[in-house]
Design a protein around this ligand. Structure first.
Ligand code: FAD
Ligand code: SF4
Length: 375
């Protein structure tokens, strides 16, 4: 009979910590969860992984739990190449931490204000005549809706992050009405994939208009009703007292009236995640020219992944003009590592029942999903 292994068990010192590492950190799906034992289902074709308190495991085996140094066992997940490791955050040229040098831009920016700096630079230097982005809704307080920005004031007014969904590419309609031909698109990962889908669907008229795609790293957005309930009812903060919101391991709000920070644990908000986000595999806005996020360990820097030549050219121009301060991403390894972890976690959301083989090649669209050529 060939050797088979159905379960690997690890004896751990701190079960809660190890459960968090394998469950939340590496995204393993919990199968059984008991006070002194946890097992993970690693999917078809893989042994299950169990964690057991070390002392208890040693007792079961009838040996002493004492011991230090190398245990002679290591666990590996072998991938075909270094590219496969990198690919989890998408193809890129460089990773930076960036801050806008203009104080007004920096102040209104969610992190380092890079996105707003890029838009204003493009508008004031003739690279674009409009930006497709989002603004605060006039009807629904703290909701986001698509908009077109064409000058510095409009960019500044629309800066910062809202955590409900705005379909920014829909602002293309308004841009078309206004005769705007050269545009930058700002959008979460799902929206920043639009250039690829436009050409796949032969809608090149719109694709050609987009001169730059700026992606926002994204693990989820929330339904407006759910977020409203959590903030205004569960936490009793009226919307007109909310000055700024952010997500850094928790949902943060700052009160206008007192400046006080109020935090909501993300697990309380999980129930309000938009349905579509639960299947979204792209954390790192892989198809953007430049992807941006707020994972930096110090406040006020935009974690910036430059992916394409045109993205690199925009960044060079802003830097040469003294608009931005740029630090290498290697100065904040924890941020880059966190991005990889979150990207790997989002990848695992892809529904298991789809034919995995077809999606194995990065960014490949399986034949059956491609539009049929016109007869
Ligand atoms: C819903 C959402 C989820 C995010 N999740 C993460 C995350 O998990 N981890 C992470 O590191 N970063 C996340 N980000 C990105 C982060 O919040 C910042 O947008 C990014 O770091 C850029 O900062 P900045 O200061 O350079 O941008 P700014 O100069 O402040 O510009 C931000 C731009 O984003 C646009 N925008 C704001 N809200 C929305 C919205 N709801 N829909 C579409 N466009 C919008 C604004 O109009 C503006 O153009 C998320 C952003 C959003 C909107
Ligand atoms: S999680 Fe994915 S689908 Fe949801 S808003 Fe973010 S990028 Fe879009």
């Amino acid at each position: 009979m060939p050797l088979e292994m159905t379960a690997v068990m690890i004896g751990v010192e701190d079960l809660a910590r190890s459960k968090k590492f394998y469950g939340e950190g590496l995204g393993c799906k919990i199968d059984q969860d008991y006070p002194n034992f946890v097992s993970f289902n690693l999917g078809e074709g893989s042994s299950s992984l169990a964690l057991y308190e070390r002392e208890a495991a040693a007792k079961d085996a009838g040996v002493s739990p004492e011991g230090s140094g190398f245990r002679g066992v290591s666990f590996h997940f072998i991938v075909p190449s270094q590219e496969t490791v990198d690919e989890v955050i998408g193809i890129y040229r460089d990773i930076y931490l960036v801050r806008a040098n203009d104080e007004k831009i920096f102040d209104v920016g969610q992190d380092g204000g890079l996105v707003s700096a890029l838009l204003i630079w493009g508008l004031e230097n003739g690279k674009i005549d409009g930006g497709l982005t989002s603004k605060l809704s006039e009807e629904r307080v703290w909701d986001a809706e698509p908009c077109v920005v064409t000058n510095r004031e409009e960019v500044l007014a629309s800066a910062g992050s809202r955590y409900t969904y705005a379909a920014n590419p829909l602002a293309m309609k308004e841009a078309e009405k206004r005769g705007l031909k050269n545009l930058a698109l700002v959008g979460m990962s799902c929206q920043s994939s639009i250039n690829g889908t436009l050409s796949a669907r032969n809608v090149n008229k719109y694709r050609r208009r987009i001169q730059l795609v700026i992606g926002l790293l994204c693990s989820k957005s929330f339904t407006y009703d759910g977020l409203t309930k959590a903030i205004t009812q569960d936490y009793g903060i009226p919307y007109d007292d909310v000055a700024k919101v952010n997500i850094k391991g928790r949902f943060q709000m700052w009160k206008k009236s007192t400046g006080e920070e109020v935090d909501i644990p993300l697990k309380e908000l999980h129930q309000y995640t938009r349905e579509g986000c639960k299947l979204c595999p792209d954390f790192a806005a892989e198809h953007a020219d430049i992807s941006t996020g707020g994972l930096g360990q110090g406040d006020g820097w935009t974690l910036t992944i430059v992916r394409t030549e045109r993205g690199a050219e925009w960044m060079r121009e802003l830097q040469d003009a003294g608009w931005i301060t740029v630090r290498p991403g290697s100065e904040d390894e924890a941020a880059v590592e966190l991005m990889r972890k979150l990207a790997a976690k989002s990848r695992r959301r892809w529904p298991g029942e789809l034919d995995k083989e077809e999606f194995l090649a990065p960014r490949a669209i399986p034949e059956k999903y491609m539009p049929k050529p016109k007869a």
